[in-house]
Design a protein around this ligand. Structure first.
Ligand code: AMP
Ligand code: GLY
Length: 416
């Protein structure tokens, strides 16, 4: 198959690595990719939110499947442009991508589909913000309605900080104030062809910048999969109570969701609640989920894109576990320092079971340099979490990036 992958993060690098593991060999091109991806497959520089341009390129190249990694091209309607010229695409149309593009819209879908979620109020003025903050009390949860690259949410007991956050985003549109939910978070990826759904292995992401869940929210600092502490039948229950009703509601509205519904869940003492939907694979969760996937990723995604999900076998996952830790630049998430050499990658890859997915790297002669906040994900597979953690941190110890930081407690709670 000829496959075009859109995106430039560690998630897309992990997707490429999974496609390369397939028994069938594929011709893979990534737009725009990054230096790590360019090391393994062809990359092409294209404006990835320009639907007509991507469609023209894919048609010209005879692409059989387009996999859209990030949210921005989805929300911009790149999938629409591809479908319009008959190219199978893994990723929802613009209207369906609103489930991630607008938190207000996501709440509307959840309410219509009777999906369990936290109570929330939307505010268009600071007076409405104040009323909502009074209503819910601390800790305050304030969310920007639109896409904000992981920076749209604040959870704080400091009323001034909550108000300032709302004030910053209210100029760009609505702000949502939500009831605080306490519990363990679960990211569950669900494939949907608009009708049938298939869940992948659940993962847990670590959103805060520093150990012990301290510091600001980030795009994600690490993840592990599977989640041994989940009760029996959890995934089936979420498919029944969250994924299926949501997919049915999207179809009913004439905006079927084709691609990956990322269910961001929180397990509270009162039951499971959805805290967010995303319209794409999560980063860094993809790095661990795909590490364990034994079925052909290309077959699964093509079946999703072409309405044949009901006829594919349940995906098979290895019995191992996987842990990923993100290496972040000094100053991430506020103001990352970039342009620094990354040393020791080859030594890190010598650790058995370890792979590396690049996110923000560029080539400088034979070396790699950092170009953004989340620089790379180190991924380790092991027989158990103690084993996988030992490997991932051994590999990280071999990598040098001046001023960088990473969390040291990823998957600690599940290691014996
Ligand atoms: P979101 O972008 O909506 O996933 O929010 C980012 C992070 O903020 C989540 O992963 C949670 O850690 C936290 N968060 C979001 N909503 C809530 C909530 N209602 N209660 C507690 N924490 C939340
Ligand atoms: N890791 C969270 C996300 O991808 O949105």
């Amino acid at each position: 198959m000829k496959i075009l992958v859109i995106g430039s993060g560690a998630r897309e690098h992990a997707i490429v690595n999974a496609l390369l593991r397939d028994e069938a060999s594929h011709e893979i091109v990534v737009a725009p990719g990054n230096a790590g991806i360019a090391h393994v497959v062809e990359t092409v520089s294209l404006n990835t939110t320009d639907g007509p341009l991507i469609a023209e390129y894919a048609a010209e190249q005879g692409v059989d499947l387009v996999i859209i990694g990030p949210e921005a091209p989805l929300v911009a309607g790149v999938a629409n442009a591809l479908r319009a010229v008959g190219i199978p695409v893994f990723g929802p149309d613009k209207a369906a991508a609103q489930i991630e593009g607008s938190k207000e819209f996501a709440k509307e879908i959840m309410n219509a589909a009777r999906v369990p979620t936290g109570r929330s109020m939307s505010a268009a003025t600071m007076a409405e913000v104040e009323t909502a903050l009074d209503e819910f009390g601390p800790p305050y949860v304030v969310k920007a309605d639109g896409l904000a690259a992981g920076k749209g949410v604040i959870v704080t007991s400091d009323r001034t900080a909550a108000r300032d956050h709302a004030e910053f985003f209210i100029h760009q549109g609505l702000v949502l104030i939500e009831e605080f939910l306490d519990g363990q978070e679960v990211s569950l990826f669900v494939l949907s062809d608009g009708d049938a759904v298939i869940a992948l292995s659940p993962a847990q992401d670590y959103k805060r910048a520093f150990d012990n869940d301290e510091g600001p929210n980030t795009g994600g600092m690490g993840a592990y999969s599977p989640l041994p502490w989940l009760p029996e039948g959890f995934v089936d229950e979420i498919v029944e109570t969250v994924a299926q009703p949501t997919i049915r509601e999207m179809s009913r509205r004439g905006t079927p969701f084709v691609g990956l519904l990322y269910c961001g869940l929180i397990v509270t003492p009162k039951g499971v609640r959805v805290i967010e939907f995303n319209a794409r694979l999560g980063d860094p969760e993809t790095q661990v989920v795909l590490e364990l996937l034994e079925s052909s990723l290309a077959d699964l995604l093509l079946a999703t894109a072409t309405g044949r999900l009901a006829s594919v076998p349940e995906p098979v996952f290895a019995n191992d576990v996987a842990v990923t830790v993100v290496l972040a630049s000094e100053g991430y998430p506020e103001s990352p320092h970039t342009g620094k050499p990354i040393l020791g990658l080859a030594d890190a890859l010598e650790v058995p079971g370890v792979s590396i997915a690049h996110a923000a790297t560029a080539r400088d002669g034979d070396d790699f340099v950092s170009t953004g906040g989340r620089v790379l994900s180190v991924i380790a597979r092991g027989a158990d979490f103690t084993d996988a953690r030992r490997r991932v941190y051994m590999a990280l110890d071999r990598i040098t990036l001046d001023g960088s930081h990473f969390r040291t407690d990823i998957a600690e709670r599940v290691a014996e």
